[in-house]
Ligand binder design. Structure first.
Ligand code: HDE
Length: 734
């Protein structure tokens, strides 16, 4: 029955899934019958290994790090056993003195089962607790060869990767679509050891020194008395901190932009934040900022969409990633570098490269693409992989080294430290997801959860008893040797350089680089977040910071809060830097792979026309979703959403073949309209949808014959939204 279940899941969902129930079917696929779930009957042996339960080490073509058979990592075989392998006759009844009698302490199976269950949870991450991940491959194009000797960046080298996306503030069960920074951490299983790129979707950070990390996180986490609000920055402690601590203003304005509510993990940039030091074969070094560029573009949700999704589908981003991969729409990112000279002062165009609250605008230092990552496989087991993966910015390979950025230096300590408590000891590198694909020959021994059976008698260096093995490598053997970067002669002090002092010029640069609709969303976000604060002084202090950023922004937010516009702090000097158009998210066109188009139909719809339009949508790379008043089928075509389960917020466009007087249909269209979604209405349905209140004359609402409307709608999707409609005030301001 397991085999059957796996098969059902795979065959049907692979054809284009976007719904938990797996009710997504691309046209042309055989009309699926409701899956016949075989009732379990007689034990069979041996069952074939489940295809998706091999460890990550087996996903690499370059060799496994373990000899464990797949059966060892998942339940397999004929009969249920205890953890010791004894076969069990009954796992549903405790051993009792008579059927109603007291339960006997003697019942080992009961105690083993419950005890194991009692310890199933491990502590969640102190930050980035909520996440979703996928396996993939990174292929280098060789453009980095002159900059770094890292072997995995040589032309054509393919390296298996595992990427975990996350929110920062919320607990493990919190909603995906909250306003927050997103983590974007990638483990490269290179032949020179694991390289972790532990990035965020925002290129700057709240603080300039790691010693303040507990402060900013305590301020952002729920209030310690009531433990609310969950996964939100819209509360007093957060705004208290960032308004007092102005170096946080840059990161905060990025959070207030639509980047704080991404449309999808697949549509996020990633940034290494810090500057890294790369070294090439000749020993020449460069200072480098690292970027991930999504092939699908960088897109946000609207605020109302994010709110609706928080209730209707709190797993929206997790589902979106898993479904897209399962449907074959494998997301891709280009890895790109900003390469700057390694000068003694470690600055570029006046920007201190050790200051993690500063970007280097792409217009000043263009990106060079050095390879592409494709995420092509979902994890088989959330706990074993997504939960137990452990990233560390100190997992480096020859050719990539750190700088003295004081934030990065603190991170180098923090990750291993937190993982020892989260993963219960120092041996988590032996977990399948964390195992390097390079040979490991360490002299680390024993400790909690040691699973290796080390041989040899001399786990020390130097030794003669084990023949001196293992030996130290030199540069020629690919050793990781720190770049001998000079350290300035100085005195010990708790201080920061004057070049870290400008907390506002780049914040203004960010705001003034945005398009008007993006700026409006920023203002709306501040108005909402500060509106949720109770302390008047905190609001006023933050408004004063906004006054230094942009007077109009400050005035708009002050008006929404109903408080007077404060003067900017006369002591704060703000430069008018050139805007950076690269910071905008609006204005270009992007591939539509995995975009969802709802098709509203009913029993009277011409089934051949419906099938034709589904094919057209699928051929364009998007996913058609059939919506009808009830579940079931229209002809042979399965209905994927009924009016009960359909929601506008999962759709990127809506095509109406049949108008309905049902208020849920009207609501779906009204929301799609407010959120700037492309809408197509066939001639026969125009009167009906107008009667339900939709303005069919508005931008991005297309009417006409089915083929024309469908083609027009597909033509609008690459823009992400019909921005003109939002600019007309489609969505309520706050
Ligand atoms: Fe992290 N961060 N961080 N962080 N971080 C963690 O490590 C920390 C920072 C980032 O999916 C923790 O294993 C300090 C910047 C990601 O598993 C912890 C400082 C950036 C993830 C930690 C920072 C990040 C983490 C919690 C300031 C972007 C999730 C659990 C000095 C460049 C990784 C864990 C995953 C996780 C510490 C700042 C990215 C506590 C002290 C800047 C993507 O060690």
């Amino acid at each position: 029955s397991d085999e059957k279940r796996t098969k059902n899941r795979t065959d049907e969902n692979r054809t284009g899934g976007t719904q938990a129930s797996g009710e997504v079917f691309l046209p042309g696929a055989p009309a699926p019958e409701p899956p016949a779930l075989e009732e379990p009957t007689t034990p069979r042996h041996p069952l074939p290994p489940k295809p998706d339960q091999t460890g990550p080490d087996r996903r690499t073509p370059t060799g496994a790090a373990t000899d464990l058979p797949p059966q060892a990592v998942a339940q397999q075989g004929q009969y249920l056993t205890t953890a010791q392998g004894a076969r069990l006759p009954d796992t549903d009844h405790s051993l009792k003195a008579g059927p109603r009698g007291p339960v006997l302490l003697q019942d080992h199976h009961l105690r083993e089962k419950i005890t194991h269950f009692d310890h199933e949870r491990i502590p969640e991450r102190v930050v980035h607790a909520r996440g979703a991940a996928a396996h993939g491959v990174f292929e280098a194009n060789g453009a980095a060869e002159g900059i770094t000797k890292a072997a995995f960046l040589r032309a054509g080298v393919r390296t298996r990767v595992f990427t975990r996306f996350s929110t920062v503030l919320g607990s493990r069960g919190s909603a995906d679509t909250v306003r927050d920074t997103r983590g974007f951490a990638t483990k490269f299983y290179t032949q020179e050891g694991v390289y972790d790129l532990v990035a965020n979707n925002i290129p700057v950070f709240f603080i300039q020194d790691a010693i303040k990390f507990p402060d900013v996180i305590h301020a952002g986490k729920p209030h310690p008395d009531r433990e609310i609000p969950q996964a939100q920055s819209a509360h007093d402690t957060f705004w208290d901190f960032v308004s007092l601590h102005t170096e946080a203003q840059h990161h905060t304005i990025w959070n207030m932009s639509d980047r704080g509510i991404p449309r999808s993990y697949r549509m996020m940039q990633g940034f290494g934040v810090h500057t890294f030091r790369f070294e090439n074969e000749a020993g020449e070094t460069s200072l480098v900022k690292i970027h991930w560029r999504p092939r699908l573009g960088t897109h946000g949700l609207t605020w109302e969409e994010a709110q609706l999704l928080g209730g209707k589908d709190p797993d929206f981003h997790r589902r979106d990633l898993a479904d897209a991969i399962e449907a074959g729409a494998h997301p891709q990112w280009d890895l790109a570098l900003q390469v700057m000279p390694d000068t003694p002062d470690e600055t570029f165009e006046g920007i201190d490269l050790l200051d993690p609250t500063k970007i280097v605008p792409e217009e000043l230092c263009p990106l060079q693409v050095i390879g592409t990552m494709t995420l092509d496989a979902n994890p088989s087991n959330y706990f074993a992989e997504t939960e137990q993966v452990a990233f560390h910015p100190g997992h480096l390979v020859p050719g990539i080294d750190v700088t003295n950025d004081p934030l990065l230096q603190g991170r180098l300590f923090s990750y291993l430290d937190t993982q020892i408590s989260r993963l219960g000891g120092p041996n988590f590198a032996q977990l399948p997801i964390n195992r390097p694909h390079a040979d490991v020959n360490d002299m680390l021994r024993d400790g909690m959860h040691q699973t290796a059976v080390h041989s040899g008698v001399a786990p020390y260096h130097p030794n003669s008893l084990d023949g001196g093995c293992p030996f130290e490598a030199g540069a020629a053997e690919g050793a990781f040797i720190e770049v001998p970067a000079p350290v300035a002669e100085s005195v010990k002090e708790r201080a920061k350089p004057a070049s870290f002092d400008d907390h506002f010029s780049q914040v203004r640069l960010f705001y003034r680089s945005l398009t008007p609709i993006e700026q409006q969303h920023v203002a709306d976000a501040y108005a909402f977040e500060l509106g949720k604060c109770f302390e008047e002084n905190i609001k006023l202090r933050q408004l004063r910071a906004l006054a230094s950023i942009d007077a109009d922004l400050c005035a708009t937010v002050a008006a929404a809060l109903g408080v007077p516009v404060p003067d900017a702090d006369a002591d704060v000097e703000v430069l008018d830097l050139d805007p950076s158009p690269a910071l905008r998210m609006v204005g270009e066109e992007w591939p539509i792979a995995g975009r969802m188009v709802g098709i509203v139909a009913d029993a009277a719809t011409d089934v051949a026309a419906l099938e034709g339009v589904r094919e057209a949508i699928a051929d364009a790379g998007a996913l058609p979703i059939v919506i009808a008043p009830t579940g079931g089928r229209l002809g042979e075509i399965p209905v994927q959403r009924s009016f009960h389960t359909a929601t506008s917020v999962e759709l990127d466009g809506v095509l109406v073949l049949a108008a309905s007087a049902d208020p849920r249909s009207a609501q779906l269209l009204a929301e799609a309209f407010r959120h700037g979604k492309a809408i197509g209405v066939v001639d026969e349905a125009v009167a009906g949808v107008e009667a339900s209140g939709l303005d069919t004359q508005a931008p991005g609402v297309l009417t006409g014959a089915l083929q024309v409307v469908a083609a027009g709608l597909l033509g609008l999707l690459p823009r992400h939204r019909v921005w003109e409609r939002l600019e007309l005030g489609g969505e309520p301001a706050v």
